[in-house]
Each structure stands twice: as structure tokens, then as C-alpha cells.
Design a protein around this ligand. Structure first.
Ligand code: CP
Ligand code: NVA
Length: 310
């Protein structure tokens, strides 16, 4: 009943609320099958190509393991090794790889590159992170929140830190789809993309999208507290300036007193303890970051099963 077969997975705003809930339901079913040890080779004989222009631990391993558990196979393609890194065009690469594989995952810098790739590929393209969006991570985050809170609609999610990064943008898009209030607190100069915020406000069905420079205001009454690194991949030369600019946006015990007593803490990882979050928080009783990391596997298997369906 959902026509997602053959679709790309580039950003959460491309999907309806019902489609996102369906992906989450499928992820829960696949997680149960895997935990029971029941084989579930829905994609036997299918191959996923995975192009990486940036480093990865979780995304690479969870996609690779996920394809294997679904009865298929994944091929890791570093741009250091394939001809794309020597200047072969995106369009030729997409057309050629589409002749071999059943789906493509790409992690790169520019979001436009992934869109161009999807234009020329004749198989589904999955965004494995761009500078603008990290949708597979946020699908796993929603699954984690659902598991720990038993619901999504009616919760308040608060994101503290770099508002102009992939995690902030995908969280904004995801929250409005599932009926969560979202508040984002970022320093001046690091506010979220205005088009993404405007579109999210339009997509929200009666829930609040609050963008502020005040972390205390943002975190008040939050059920879910999220942060991310202050310096994302590709921004390394700005590290010193960012360390200064983000000083008052650390997620620590003092700030988290403003959240609900039973708040959960999420971080997509990798984390920098002592910078965006203290060890007391990320290694403390409210943190669910390893469930969150595990859920990359289950959420992505749902995406793969549905998009690459036979
Ligand atoms: N969270 C995440 O995407 O991790 P990796 O960079 O290790 O894939
Ligand atoms: N915002 C981070 C996320 C890493 C998974 C980055 O882009 O480096």
C-alpha cells in the first residue's frame, strides 16, 4: 500500500508521516526477527554499492551487515580508489554502477552531488550523509525514541549545538513528520538552514518548531536531548574558532536540569567528551547512545527492504 519501491532516500521531507511510521514499523519487525535468530533473506542476491568520500564507522558497518542479514551483499567503494576520485563524472559513475548493483548508498560533502547521482542512477540512491542531511541516522534516532518512550507524537525534542549541520536539519524534518515539538538552540552564525526551517514549519501539523540562541529556553521540558559535534567532517580548519563560539552550548548536568526528569540523551557519534557533551551525560543514566547506534542497523534494513524490494 505504500509505493516506496524504487524510490530514493535523500531526505526525510520527501516522505509522508505515514511512510516514516511504516519504515519504523518495518524496522521493529526486522529487529525482532534478528533478535530471535530467524533468517530474513528478503534481498537474496541483491547488491548495494556504497560510495564513501568521508570516514565512517557506523554507517559503513551497519549497511554492510544489514545487506548480509537480508541475504544480499554490499560493496565498499572509497572515492580514493574508484575513478570518481580521479575526476570521472557523477553521471557516468551513476549510470555504470546502476548496471551492476540494485541500490547505491553515498556519503559525500555536497548534497547536490547526491541529488545529481540520484538523477542519473536507475536504482534507488540512499543518502549516507551529506553536509546538509543525515536522514538514515535520524530514522534510527526516531526508532530509539519510540522504543524508550513508547510513542513519538506529543514529545518534545531539543537539539543543542550546530544548527547548520546535517543532524540538526534531518532532526527538524523528522520531528515534524512524527508530531514532535522541536527546539534548536545554536550560537549566532550557526543557525539552521532557513529554507529547511520554513518548510518544516509548513509541514508541521500543529507542533512547534522553535529556533533560538538560548539553550536554557530550548531544553525546558524536553523529553529528548540531542547534540552533535561542533566541528563536522570537512570543517576541521575552523575547529579553534568553533570551540570558542560553542562554549556556552555544552550539554552538561547543569543544563539538563531543565529537561524532564526522565529525558533521554541521544548523540549520533562520534562524540567529543568535554566539548559538546560531558562524560557525566553521555556515559550517564539518561544516555541511550549505544541503542541509537545499534538502531542504525535495524532502521537501514527497513529502508533497504522497502526500497530494494523484489
Ligand atoms: N553516526 C554516524 O553516521 O557515524 P559514522 O560516521 O561512524 O558512520
Ligand atoms: N555532523 C557530523 C555527523 C557525523 C556522523 C559530521 O558531519 O561530521
Amino acid at each position: 500500500h505504500y509505493n516506496l519501491k524504487g524510490k530514493d532516500f535523500l531526505q526525510l521531507s520527501d516522505f509522508s508521516s505515514e511512510e516514516i511510521l511504516y519504515l519504523l514499523e518495518t524496522a521493529q519487525e526486522l529487529k525482532t526477527l534478528q533478535k530471535q535468530g530467524t533468517p530474513h533473506p528478503f534481498l537474496s542476491g541483491k547488491v548495494l554499492g556504497m560510495i564513501f568520500e568521508k570516514s565512517s564507522t557506523r554507517t559503513r558497518v551497519s549497511f554492510e551487515v544489514g545487506m548480509l542479514q537480508l541475504g544480499g551483499h554490499a560493496i565498499f567503494l572509497s572515492t580514493k580508489d574508484i575513478q570518481l576520485g580521479r575526476g570521472e563524472s557523477i553521471s557516468d559513475t551513476a549510470k555504470v554502477l546502476s548496471r551492476y548493483v540494485d541500490g547505491l548508498m553515498i556519503r559525500t560533502f555536497s548534497h547536490e552531488s547526491v541529488e545529481e547521482f540520484a538523477n542519473y542512477a536507475t536504482v534507488p540512491v540512499i543518502n549516507g550523509l551529506t553536509d546538509l542531511q543525515h536522514p538514515t541516522q535520524v530514522l534510527a534516532d526516531l526508532l530509539t525514541i519510540l522504543e524508550h518512550k513508547g510513542k513519538l507524537a506529543g514529545l518534545k525534542l531539543c537539539y543543542i549545538g550546530d544548527g547548520n549541520n546535517n543532524m540538526a536539519h534531518s532532526l527538524i524534518e523528522g520531528a515534524v513528520k512524527v508530531g514532535m515539538d522541536i527546539s534548536v538552540a545554536s550560537p549566532v552564525g550557526y543557525m539552521p538552514n532557513e529554507i529547511i526551517v520554513a518548510n518544516a514549519k509548513k509541514a508541521a501539523k500543529g507542533t512547534a518548531v522553535t529556533i533560538t540562541n538560548d539553550p536554557v529556553e530550548a531544553i525546558k521540558g524536553a523529553d529528548v536531548v540531542v547534540t552533535d559535534v561542533w566541528t563536522s567532517m570537512g570543517q576541521e580548519e575552523e575547529t579553534a574558532k568553533r570551540l570558542k563560539d560553542f562554549q556556552s552550548f555544552q550539554v552538561n548536568e547543569e543544563l539538563c536540569k531543565q529537561a524532564k526528569n526522565d529525558y533521554i540523551f541521544l548523540h549520533c557519534l562520534p562524540a567529543h567528551r568535554g566539548e559538546e557533551v560531558t562524560s557525566k551525560i553521555i556515559d550517564g543514566p539518561h544516555s541511550v547512545v549505544f541503542d541509537e547506534a545499534e538502531n542504525r542497523l535495524h532502521a537501514q534494513k527497513a529502508i533497504l527492504k522497502i526500497l530494494l524490494a523484489k
